[in-house]
Design a protein around this ligand. Sequence first.
Ligand SMILES: [Zn+2]
Length: 324
Amino acid sequence: MTFSPTRFLVGLAIVLVGCGPAESETASAEEVSIPADQRIRTADPYARGYTDEDFPRIQELAPGVYSYEQLRSAGEEKFTTVSLFVVTGEGVIVADGQGSVEETARMIERIGGITDEPIRTVVVASDHGDHTAGNSAFSADVAFLAHPTSARALESMAGVPKATELVPDRKVIQMGDKEVHVLFLGRAHTGGDLVVYLPQEKVMFMSEAYLHRVFPAMRSAFPSEWVQMIETAQAMDVDVFVPGHGFVDHPSILAEELEVYQGAIRVVILEARRLYEDGFGLEEAQQMALFGDLDSWSLRSSQGDRAIQQVYAEIDGELPPVTR
Ligand SMILES: [Zn+2]
């Protein structure tokens, strides 16, 4: 068969018509609305072209609702720890602190650059040190809300303020013109995981239940329940899912990546189960585990073994029972 330029061009035209003008317009509009730097899906600031001076970074996600991202080092790697704050008109509600008194003080100072209102409430959405170790920087009259499981964890942490109010299931805060729901949607990363949900603004701060492009860290996790918990969150009326680590990107990316993240937890569970069912002991399984695409994620090298261990513990029924 000889090459026919005419047939080739006709073929090309059909392909182009097939794309349709309406479709390509939608596609390009979508591309324009997503900043170029966010096209690289990663938690690594340098892969994104960011520098240390780009942080802390504050973004207004909805009127009066802000994310706060500051870089932290984890071994050789750096990624962001994310807090949320809500300026209500009658005070500020903060979800999660930062990892040291110095960093939380810096955040308080930056919040002070945006509003004169005092911080009244701090929600301990994750009790882990990188979100609580700086909590003594908050003024002494602040209310600290935590799930009972996290409240117990805080009691054993030296120099960290204790919970002043427990939220086992749900608390609705009406402050100023904001309605803020503090919710326990199930055990996930810590067992005392809370989310902060603004139904009017459709923003949900997921804390460490959502690690955006950071390998599922499972040291105190409930792997299968975590998958369920994300599904519960996804079923709610939310436009912006805010992660506890990793970048606060365009809302459409954050929703897509939450699904990717849930898939990542599933990959870890399935791989550990496969190795368990094939009869491999923990150490062998840790050496053999294959995580595919997750190999490029932040913390892969430090968290992979621990995740396999946690899924093994779950299969063996060794994780703590549900407590109140
Ligand atoms: Zn954590």
